[in-house]
Design a protein. Structure first.
Length: 558
């Protein structure tokens, strides 16, 4: 049985194909179109999924869509009516796409894919819940979903047991932790639905001195339920997140790309702390209601790895699970498994890795290099790993392109930029010469699972980079954030032997079983997908060496 899950039309469009209980493929549309957070119908992703499975659309038994467009349209119309005439221009901008595409999903699917089978819609937050619980290692767990907004829901909780998911309570639009966080993100001069993770990183450089002033924007109850003070927010009726009252409360909003001042860092710190405190209240309430000590988290806020870690530190939950494509792209995975596990009552299976995207054969890579007159060396794998480890130890920056691309926003060793974690200047080099991004941005480490406790204080192993931990060692300054934390990936040989063995080779030389691992892209672009993407990124940045499969390319001027 083949089931295709689809998410699109808000941000991070994606497709996921499962065969019985196995994920055949999952990929975001942005990786093909090269448009970051592309929200369009994921025709390229669907085509790839079918090609990976070597099937055509007629072999698909069910297509699932990750939300219910009629309910979302109901929310939009209700909101526009409630806020008219202030909402007039927002209404005019939104309606064309709704009337031509978003309200006609079944017709669109059948027309674009020439599909005549069954189409199933489930609610947005049920897709989030399914995307985390159904592929988790837990037979029974509490579930918490947090994002900007689905149809109406912005926050929900419930539980999962075997093949059953029950969502018990929800908070509805316009009250939203995700939109609250995005509003301050916008106020601080960053992009909504793109830069929220930057605020999380920036927060470490500030102090939460605006915490009480921020609380004027949101009423919080002891059970974690909340209500936004709408006097400060404009997103329900304008194409802008905040209004003039927020600027009167603080200061004139920061112009994008302008200097980041200490007050901006302090506001980021205040926002992050307030988010964490609210999530802790919610989590405590969920624990008291469910009495379950395992928690699955879904939705875009589940990508806030600092808040996730606070749940482990400050609540009674002993384990948490976050499927790494926790945002809207993961909704494609969620709806596919909801159909297979919940509706059809088939046995569940834990997701063990997310190397689910396109791969390129030796022949394809060699042909690309030859056809473009690119000089390269082809090495046996053992020699390649020794060579690359030496290069990293000599402070060369490596573009690492191997196997199947990762699903979700984290590079986990197949579309990665790798570097020496012991070099204190490497963070500056990577931010300025390679990634072309803000100086405050940190870099993540990948460490051998069996060695991790020597260097980090961890609450649980994390192969997906969804948590942070305290750094114990002074030997790895390039992956130690300003607050002495790191967003760690723990790696095992069985899931990515080539990357694992590269780190082992680096350890033989340096005595350090860790590498800097950051996504293979530059600021404003999606992670690379193809050899062409990888080479273009390599040639236009300060990356010193490109490794694609067993081919090694060095810059001519090196």
């Amino acid at each position: 049985m083949y089931i295709l899950g689809i998410s699109c039309f808000y941000h991070d469009a994606a497709a996921c194909l499962i065969k019985n209980n196995d994920i055949i493929a999952a990929v975001e549309e942005e990786r093909f179109t090269r448009k970051k957070h592309d929200n369009s119908f994921p025709i390229n992703s669907i085509k790839y999924c079918l090609e990976e499975a070597k099937i055509d659309i007629n072999d698909i038994e069910y297509i699932g869509f990750y939300e219910k467009p009629i309910l979302k349209f109901d929310r939009l119309i209700s909101t526009y009516i409630d806020t008219f005439p202030k909402s007039y221009w927002s209404f005019c901008k939104a309606m064309p796409s709704w009337l031509t595409e978003k309200l006609r999903i079944p017709t669109l699917i059948r027309k674009k894919l020439k599909y005549n089978g069954k189409i199933i819609f489930i609610k947005h937050h049920m897709s989030h819940a399914a995307s985390t619980f159904l592929v988790s290692p837990f037979k029974e767990a509490a579930i918490l979903t947090l994002d900007a907004v689905g149809e109406w829901t912005t926050t929900s909780y419930g539980y999962g047991k075997n093949n059953e998911i029950k969502l018990l309570k929800e908070i509805n639009f316009p009250d939203s932790l995700g939109l609250f966080y995005s509003t301050i993100t916008s106020f601080l001069g960053f992009k909504v639905n793109n830069d929220e993770y930057k605020i999380m990183g920036l927060a470490s450089y500030g102090k939460p001195i605006y915490y009480n002033r921020l609380k004027k924007l949101i009423d919080i109850n002891e059970d974690g339920s909340y209500r936004l003070n709408r006097d400060y927010f404009a997103y329900s009726y304008k194409l802008k997140m905040f209004n003039e009252k927020l600027e009167k409360e603080f200061w004139k909003s920061r112009i994008p790309e302008s200097k980041i001042e200490q007050k901006h860092k302090d506001l980021a710190a205040s926002l992050q702390k307030l988010l964490e405190d609210i999530i802790i209240k919610i989590s405590d309430y969920v624990y008291e209601q469910t009495k379950l000590d395992k928690l699955c988290i879904g939705g875009g806020i589940a990508l806030n790895c600092v808040a996730n870690t606070e749940i482990l530190k400050r609540t009674k939950f002993k384990e948490i699970f976050i499927q790494p494509a926790a945002g809207d792209s993961g909704g494609a995975l969620g709806v596919a498994y909801y159909i297979y596990n919940v509706i059809l009552k088939n046995k569940r299976k834990t997701i063990e890795h997310v190397y689910l995207g396109p791969s390129f054969s030796n022949t394809e890579i060699r042909d690309f290099l030859i056809n473009n007159n690119i000089k390269f060396e082809e090495l046996e794998e053992k020699e390649l790993l020794k060579r690359v480890a030496r290069l990293i130890n000599n402070n060369r920056i490596i573009g690492w392109f191997q196997g199947r691309m990762e699903f979700g926003p984290r590079a986990l060793g197949n579309r990665s930029i790798l570097a020496n974690p012991t070099n204190k200047d490497m963070k500056y080099r990577l931010n300025n010469k390679v990634k072309h991004r803000e100086d405050f941005r940190p870099f993540a480490p990948t460490a051998l699972k069996e060695e991790v406790h020597h260097y980090f204080n961890i609450k649980q192993y994390d192969p997906f980079m969804t948590l942070v931990c305290d750094v114990k060692s002074k030997k790895i300054p390039a992956v130690t954030h300003f607050d002495n934390t790191a967003r760690l990936q723990t790696i095992e040989e069985r899931y990515n032997p080539k990357f694992y063995n590269l780190i082992k080779e680096f350890k033989k030389i340096s005595k350090i079983p860790i590498l800097i691992n950051t996504s293979f892209n530059v600021r404003g672009e999606p992670i690379v997908c193809s050899p062409k993407n990888a080479y273009n990124c390599f040639i236009n940045t300060g990356i010193d060496v490109l490794v694609m499969d067993n081919f090694l390319i060095e810059k001519i001027n090196k």
